[in-house]
Design a protein around this ligand. Structure first.
Ligand SMILES: [Fe+2]
Length: 292
C-alpha cells in the first residue's frame, strides 16, 4: 500500500496513512521522512506495536536518548531503558511509575537547555483517560512568518538564554537549585532564530517561557519582548490540538515545534511511551553554517 498524508492544519501536522510501523522497511522510511520534515508533526493511527517495535522505528531516526532527569526521577519502560514512561500511574505503595503526573504541562521544546537539544521525540498512546490530556503543538516556522518584518528582523539578531532549572510541569529538575533570576539561573544561550539544518527553513527557537532571558537586555525589557514573541508563537493560527486515540504514534521535530499538554482527571490513568532522538546539531553552529 502506498504511503499517503493528509495535512492537519494549513501550517502544521499531517496524518500519515498506509504505514504499519511494526514492520516498517528502509524503503518505507525513506518515503516517510520527507513527509515528516515538511509537516513537522505527524500522526499515525491504529499502530499495533510492541515496545521493541516502537524502539526499532524510533532508532531509524537517529541515536536514542535515554530518559531525562525529571522532578519525579527517571522512569523507563521495564526492559527498555531508552523508552520513557509518561504516566500518572502509581504502584501500590504510591510510588510514581511514570513522569509528569496528571497536571498541565506548559509550552516548551524538549530539553532546550542543552547545547545540542534533542532532534525529535515521539509518543505512543498505551492507556488514555476518558477526557483531557490533549497534546498541543505550535509551528515555530509559521510563527516566525506571521511576525511583522520589523519584529522578525529584530528577533533574528537576538539570542535567548534557555533555563535548565525547571521541567515543563514546573518542578525543579533533579540536581538543580530553585532560582527565579534568569540572569543567574543555570541555562544555555541559543539564537532566537535558527535555520533547520536539513531543510534550510528558518524557525523561531524559544524553549520555555519561564526564566527565559534575552542577554544584554534588562529583565523587564526582555520580559516584554519575550511576551510579544510568545504571543506569535502560541497564536491559534500556528497551533494544532491532538486528541489521543489508543494506538496513536505522534512524532515531532523538536527544533521546529513547541508542545504542551492539558491536564486530565486525576482519578484516571494516562500512559504514553516516549522515545527521544539525541541532538545532532549545535544550534549556534546552524547560524555559522548559514553565514558561510
Ligand atoms: Fe515535552
Amino acid at each position: 500500500m502506498a504511503i499517503t498524508s493528509t495535512p492537519i492544519t494549513p501550517v502544521l501536522g499531517a496524518y500519515v496513512h498506509g504505514l504499519d510501523l511494526a514492520g516498517i522497511t528502509a524503503e518505507q522510511f525513506a518515503q516517510f521522512y520527507p513527509i515528516w520534515q515538511k509537516h513537522h508533526v505527524v500522526v499515525l493511527r491504529d499502530q499495533k506495536l510492541t515496545n521493541a517495535q516502537f524502539e526499532r522505528f524510533s532508532a531509524m531516526l537517529g541515536e536514542l536518548d535515554p530518559p531525562p532527569n525529571q522532578g519525579a526521577g527517571r522512569k523507563s519502560v521495564p526492559g527498555h531503558p531508552n523508552l520513557y514512561v509518561v504516566s500518572n500511574r502509581k504502584s501500590e505503595q504510591g510510588e510514581p511509575l511514570g513522569a509528569l503526573g496528571d497536571g498541565e504541562a506548559q509550552w516548551h521544546t524538549d530539553m532546550s537547555y542543552l547545547e545540542r537539544p534533542p532532534f525529535a521525540s515521539m509518543l505512543w498512546s498505551v492507556e488514555l483517560p476518558s477526557s483531557g490530556g490533549d497534546t498541543w503543538f505550535a509551528s515555530m516556522p509559521a510563527a516566525l512568518r506571521s511576525m511583522p518584518d520589523h519584529l522578525a528582523t529584530r528577533v533574528s539578531h537576538l539570542s535567548i538564554k534557555h533555563d535548565g532549572t525547571y521541567d515543563s510541569g514546573g518542578n525543579v529538575r533533579k540536581g538543580m537549585v530553585a532560582n527565579d533570576d534568569p540572569t543567574q539561573s543555570a541555562g544555555t544561550v541559543h539564537p532566537a532564530v535558527i535555520v533547520q539544518p536539513e531543510t534550510g527553513e528558518h524557525t523561531l527557537y524559544l524553549g520555555r517561557r519561564r526564566n527565559a532571558w534575552i542577554p544584554g537586555l534588562p529583565v523587564d525589557e526582555s520580559d516584554r519582548l519575550l511576551d510579544t514573541i510568545w504571543g506569535y508563537a502560541t497564536a491559534e493560527a500556528v497551533t494544532l490540538r491532538h486528541q489521543w486515540k489508543l494506538g496513536d504514534v505522534v512524532l515531532w521535530n523538536n527544533l521546529t515545534t513547541m508542545h504542551r499538554r492539558d491536564a486530565f482527571p486525576p482519578d484516571q490513568i494516562r500512559t504514553l511511551h516516549r522515545s527521544q532522538i539525541k541532538g545532532k546539531y549545535t544550534l549556534s553552529g546552524i547560524i555559522r553554517q548559514e553565514a558561510a
